[in-house]
Design a protein around this ligand. Structure first.
Ligand SMILES: Nc1ncnc2c1ncn2[C@@H]1O[C@H](COP(=O)(O)OP(=O)(O)OP(=O)(O)O)[C@@H](O)[C@H]1O
Ligand SMILES: [Mg+2]
Length: 363
């Protein structure tokens, strides 16, 4: 309660008032003096509580000095009363000192406790942060393990598939010449070529993902890369009746990155968004500076993703499309994380999807 000077003033005023009561009250009203002399305990105890041992003792001594002349000059004729009053003075000093000492210890203990509580709080927060980090690393390890087993198996398989695939395609091309357009079998051979091409794309994509290609980090402008994506996806968007809105004016925003890989990642996201959006819908690309680099957000007004599917969409081969490989987002995440960035997806079924990519800025 109040600052130190305010507290000292309160104590001084109390002592002064009580002393005035003593000096101004006639001696024959001795029962009043008895009461007044107990009033002195109020400022003494207050002072002890507020200022500890020294405060309690200082007030007691002040009271003794102010009260003694009154005893000496006014009670001097009543010896028994005089002794009683001196004893009270001794008591003032004992009470002031002991209460001060106790209050001081209590205060020190509570400061100590506060320090311990603060230390505990800090340790708890550190522990929580570390356990969160462990969870993230654990998840990354699990994913890496899954990808590396899958990668090893798949790379061998893909390699073995690619060669016969080339032969099948080659022979189909030869056969096509024997069946001119319009003949019934021409269409079958067209299907055969198209399907082998699709299979080849899957294998190529997979091999690209399985191979640990080093990133070629150079300074590149994200805005520039996004404009290229806009141009590349424009046609597909037009066919699908989807509007692409490049909602950024930012220029430059340089980062250290592999432009080609980043374009591949952005294009995967862009194509997913266009494929998920019904005609007359839109896909917005936003770009802004973030705390540690840049944030790129692709928002579509498409079909959205159910919560239980959200955790699967980054898994290799997870797809809901009849002609999808399910590798798009797995490759995309690998590219983004290879750049020290992160990709987050928020989505609501029937409303749309937001894919947010954060990349560290060029140092
Ligand atoms: N913007 C989006 N809106 C709705 N669903 C999406 C979106 N992006 C991804 N998905 C879901 O995530 C799945 C996995 O996407 P991913 O890009 O990895 O593979 P894909 O698009 O199915 O196949 P590919 O990329 O080879 O064409 C998709 O099949 C789709 O169900
Ligand atoms: Mg895709």
């Amino acid at each position: 309660m109040g600052s130190a000077p305010a507290r000292i003033s309160i104590i001084a005023i109390l002592i002064l008032c009580i002393s005035l009561l003593h000096y101004l009250t006639p001696l024959h009203l001795h029962y009043l003096h008895d009461i007044f002399q107990r009033f002195y305990y109020i400022p003494i105890i207050l002072s002890a509580l507020w200022f500890g041992f020294r405060g309690g003792l200082a007030s007691a001594i002040a009271v003794s000095i102010i009260y003694t002349p009154h005893i000496l000059f006014q009670w001097g004729d009543h010896v028994s009363m005089e002794i009683e009053k001196y004893l009270e003075i001794v008591l003032y000093n004992i009470v002031g000192g002991i209460t001060g000492l106790l209050a001081q210890r209590e205060k020190e203990r509570s400061i100590e406790l506060q320090k311990t509580a603060k230390g505990l709080e800090e340790s708890y927060q550190k522990l929580q942060l570390q356990s969160e980090r462990i969870l993230v690393v654990e998840e990354q390890l699990r994913r890496a393990e899954r990808l590396s087993t899958l990668g090893e198996m798949g790379a061998v398989l893909a390699h073995e598939i690619r060669n016969p695939l080339g032969s099948i395609r080659g022979t189909a091309e030869i056969l096509k010449d024997d069946f001119p357009p319009g003949s019934a079998k021409h269409e079958f051979i067209e299907i055969q070529i198209k399907e082998t091409e699709r299979l080849n794309n899957v294998v190529e994509d997979f091999l690209r993902m399985a191979r640990q290609q080093p990133l070629e980090l150079k300074e590149c402008s994200i805005a520039e890369e996004l404009r290229t994506i806009f141009r590349l996806a424009e046609n597909q968007a037009k066919t699908a009746g989807v509007r692409i809105v490049p909602a950024f004016t930012a220029d430059g925003l340089p980062i250290k990155g592999d432009g080609e890989k980043l374009r591949q990642a952005f294009l995967n996201i862009m194509i997913n968004a266009i494929q998920a959006t019904p005609p007359d819908g839109s896909v917005t690309i936003a770009l802004e500076r973030s705390d540690s680099g840049v944030a790129i957000t692709f928002s579509d007004s498409g079909i959205g993703i159910a919560t239980e599917e959200l955790e699967k969409i980054f898994e290799p081969f997870y797809t809901t499309k009849s002609d999808g490989t399910g590798l798009g987002l797995a490759i995309t995440r690998k590219i983004i994380e290879g750049h020290g960035g992160r990709i987050d997806i928020c989505s609501e079924k029937g409303k749309g999807t937001q894919v947010c990519i954060r990349l560290p800025g060029a140092k």
